[in-house]
Design a protein around this ligand. Sequence first.
Ligand code: ARG
Length: 584
Amino acid sequence: MDLRFDLAAALERELTEAALRSGLTEAGFTPAVRPADPVHGDFQANGVLAYAKRQRQNPRALAGALVQQLGGLAALADIAIAGPGFINFKLKPATLLDWLRAHGTRAALAAGASAAEQGRTVVVDYSSPNTAKQMHVGHLRSAVIGEAISRLLQFSGAQVIRDNHVGDWGTQFGKLIWAYKRHLDPAALARDPLEEFERLYKAGHHAAEADPAVLKEAQQELVRLQAHDPENLAIWRKINEASLAAFQEIYDRLGIRFDAVHGESFYNDRLDQIYGELESCGLAGESEGALVVFHPEHPRFKAQPFIIRKSDGAANYATTDLATILYRAEHFRATSALYVVDKRQSDHFAQLFLTASKWFEKTNRVLPRLEHVDFGTVLGEDGRPLKTRSGENIRLKDLLDEAVERSYRLVSEKNPELAEEERRAIARIVGVGSVQYADLSQNRSSDYLFAWDKMISLDGNTAAYLLYAVARIHSIFRKLDLTPGDAAAEAGATPFETPAELALARKLVRFPDALAAATGNLRPHFLCTYLYELAGEFSTFYSADRVAVDAGPVRARRLVLCNRTLLVLETGLQLLGLRLLTKM
Ligand code: ARG
């Protein structure tokens, strides 16, 4: 058997071939090899039982016949039949070492992982805030989760297109432009444009509420913008440019770089095609002056139509999203599109996907796989949506600043002898990383409780704990005057012997499974849990077995473990979007 990255898949293939050799018909025999509970070994195969039942054979006897055919594998793993026909594999110490040797660099891990999503083109639609407003805490999850998912997919071989679908064509522009023309404060604009736009919007909103004549003027500003009036377009452009520049500061701090920023306005001249096609294929019809799509077979949507053109003739969120799907299918040739958006928009996406699937079918197009990658709300410690004391949304910028400040205190306590500048630099990585990791380490579909003390802590499943583990391994190498991965220092390693060595090695060869679970389910928390457990296993190993022994086979194999733990932790953290450090 080749010791490829995904050992479970390699074992699966061996079993399938063994089935052929043993004269079993391959029909319907689909062995599934999964990581096993450590008491049973490393991997467990099932599928024998179901097959035996269908063939009216004794499952244990069948498993026995299969194992007979696995001859060569016995050199690599202890194989045992358990229960009613499970086959357990426990890798031999030398096999563990060989796998770790074969996967000793980032490039080797990446090459191994890249088979999973090969050939797919995935558009990831994430962050996607509305312009003219600051990004607040509600925008955190989409950005953080979307970036992690993008990195995971890319590492697994997909071509990923990160697309920021900013809301830059909303009705807010009527009041905003009205106020911009009358109340702009250039000094405030220069200082903090988004703050000034928010102030202007509020001013416009209040004025319109107080005076119907103003409301009318604001509506006319919007109509003029939609009719591409040059003055209004210029103001609109200025507002969007300033917004995107401010967003970029947040993206830089989070390590995010988009491949496309196609805001809603990008699709403006593609909307007529949507109305035309949906009407001519009989999906859309007039209802109370609006153009809508009914889904008569759907329990809820049959009475709640999908509005694609409002009664005043204006396009909306739905129209743009339909045009966006077409663009992603035709221009990017996307095989799938993921929408990393709050779960409160699940009805919108359900209706959108349903409409798109009928439309594409009727027009003989191939629909990319569409998926709403949903997430829950960020809650404060009181269990209510996180707000400032005065009840306002917390600005993302302020939240990240506070995380860095709190991390600075943590780092200073832990390591007071580091120079101030160095502690500040470390705090920037730990602070932002803590916010990212706290979000990613929980199942995204649940709401999550934002608690500073739990998030910025060296105890528990946190960024600080994992980054500290990384720093500690770097310091082991520094003390030995070695660089991690030094081939000479690893030469002559003998197979693992002690229980702690073996437990750590077994954990390391599970990295592909954690990666597959996180990527396949689009749920980064599977990777977080794994990294946390790996760091714990490393801790146990490091206190049980000395690494700084005399140079020789024992030190060499322990250095292999140190280095591969470092490699997997660093790879994993970067896939989650975190920045790395070597000292903490
Ligand atoms: N701008 C929207 C909002 O702030 C999110 C857009 C999500 N993406 C999409 N294609 N609908 O709610």
